[in-house]
Design a protein around this ligand. Sequence first.
Ligand code: GDD
Ligand code: MN
Length: 381
Amino acid sequence: MARPAVSVILPTYNEAENIPVLLERLGQVLKSIAHEIIVVDDNSPDHTWEIADAIAAENPRIRVVRRLTGRGLSSAVVAGMSVAAGRTFAVMDADLQHDEAILPELVAAVDSGDCDLAIGSRGSAGGSYGDFSRFRRFLSWGAASMARLLLPVRVKDPMSGYFVVSRRLFKSSADRINPVGFKILLEFIGRNPDIKIKEIGYTFRLRKHGETKLSGSVMRNYLLALYDMRFGRFVSARFAMYSAVGSTGVLVNLLGERLGSAAGLPEVYTGLTNVLDPLYLSVPFGIQLSIISNYFLNNYITFYEHRHRGWRALWGFTLFEAISSIGVLVQWGVFQLLHVNGFLTGVLEEDLRRTVNNMIGIVVALIGNYFLNVNFTWKRR
Ligand code: GDD
Ligand code: MN
């Protein structure tokens, strides 16, 4: 049997009220085009899959994939494309926000060989954001601007969730796609700078039923993915986040020390060794504050996917505290080793030499602690 011209992939999560309407409308606009429709539902609590299945029972062109493991818009799209039979693959939101009227035009543009990718665009001629809220428009604008700044992106609406790709383009990109979050279109554009792209305008509609699944974690994943596409070859995104959190820790540390001494934390004499005396208690106070803030920031940003909740956070924090203490010793040890042995003497002026040796200690401790935290504190389960 010949391949259909298009496989329409519809990712759904709680779209029970929308999916019957959309399937009906798609049947209309695709009347004269050989097509199949693949609904990829992540086992929606509202039973979208069951409703779609009942419609598919009457229509051999419709298939339903009910995924029982895994969640996410992009990965659902990739799962749909992996089993699709068409010469082209269309991706469309199932919430009726994308205007199905331009779908035949998008398909024709790719199927005719005119381009490798056709985008339903809110930003180009004939397109608009409709009554999209100012806030969402701002988010979309910010995300698109960042993509344009970092990647070889020349399109008007790189955040569109409505597009058609050729089977060939999917095949050649499939194993490089990072299917996390919402930015599946960007994966195709960002990783294939030489493809031919066409944009076709349409007016974005408001949602009537159900609600958006765009969340803080989706936005975080978007930024991560951008970073990964641009700089991932050089430094892993996680280590970059860890280092960024570490830098905020330095600030907290310095501020904490000032706060502690302003609050009257005393200098104490241990009498143990004159290396330690007098001990300025404001210093360990600053260190402790920075360990606490580093823990929370790492838990919610760097290691979000493995974050500790409830009581587990207490155990996680204990480990983090222990590893941080090792880090302090490592930093100190490396500094002493280098500095006392005269590393960079004669190369750098004395004050600078001390700072540079201390910085080397900090970097060694940072890398060592990162390794320990990845493998122990936020170990994948
Ligand atoms: N299978 C599956 N799994 N589908 C999902 C999931 C999921 O975890 N999350 C969302 N979807 C489906 C929704 O059911 C809907 O059909 C479609 O993906 C889009 O989700 P929305 O939650 O409606 O996204 P949005 O409208 O806020 O975002 C749209 O606009 C963004 C740009 O402004 C999408 O088109 C995005 O791709 C786009 O970046
Ligand atoms: Mn939507």
